[in-house]
Design a protein. Structure first.
Length: 71
C-alpha cells in the first residue's frame, strides 16, 4: 500500500516582491497566490524544488501546515 504525498499549505513573506513565477514553475507546487509581499501556495511531497525557487530572495516568515483535502 503506497501513501499519497503530503500536501502542505505554505505562506512566505518576502522583503520586496515575491518570486511568483519562479515558485509557480516549481514541480509539486500549485495554487500560487500573492498578496503584497506575501506568497501562499500548496506544496505536494518534498520541499526541495519549492525552496530552490526561493533562492536569491530574502524570506522573513515562512509557515506551513498540513492541508487535508475532503473527498
Amino acid at each position: 500500500m503506497s501513501e499519497e504525498p503530503a500536501i502542505q499549505r505554505v505562506e512566505v513573506g518576502f522583503v520586496g516582491a515575491p518570486p511568483v513565477r519562479q515558485v509557480a514553475r516549481a514541480s509539486g507546487v500549485s495554487d500560487v497566490q500573492a498578496d503584497g509581499t506575501v506568497l501562499s501556495c500548496c506544496v505536494c511531497g518534498g520541499f526541495q524544488l519549492f525552496l530552490e525557487a526561493l533562492r536569491g530572495h530574502e524570506v522573513i516568515p515562512l509557515r506551513s501546515h498540513s492541508f487535508e483535502e475532503t473527498s
